[in-house]
Design a binder for this molecule. Sequence first.
Ligand code: DAT
Ligand code: MG
Length: 142
Amino acid sequence: MERTLVIIKPEAVRKKLVGKIISIYEDNRLEIIHAHRVLATSDVLKLHYQDLITKPFFEELVSYMSSSECVVLILEGEHVVETVRKINGATDPGKADPGTIRYMYGETLQVNAVHGSESVEKADLEIEIWRDLIRYEKGSKR
Ligand code: DAT
Ligand code: MG
């Protein structure tokens, strides 16, 4: 079954939006198979955002994402990668469609409430990158 990695970003956790955000995924019939609240390390974030390493905002992004704890979720379901991207909305909350998580809870391009993997391949890679930090067991059927 397809899986994806979601990060409820620091500001959304600080604002106690975790329950509301998880409910949106569940209301869309997606299954939360793992959830872990953790302070991200810069090592994991640099791997997670490795494709953005040349961007001018990279250091600020890593620093924001480790500014306080986030909640990392693994979701499972048919077409879960694409479904989560749709539910999350456009990267820029100002351009996100009404009803999406980023429209409702995002603040800025950087402080945009949630992360969702971009493709099935990236989802598998991200799950490996975060696995130890979020204590998601290897070989777990789930
Ligand atoms: P997404 O999170 O929608 O996959 P992305 O992969 O292009 O978007 O960028 C990853 C994160 O980096 C994004 O959620 C917020 C931040 N970001 C992207 N573009 C940015 C920019 N121009 N200025 C500041 N932060 C940016
Ligand atoms: Mg991305």
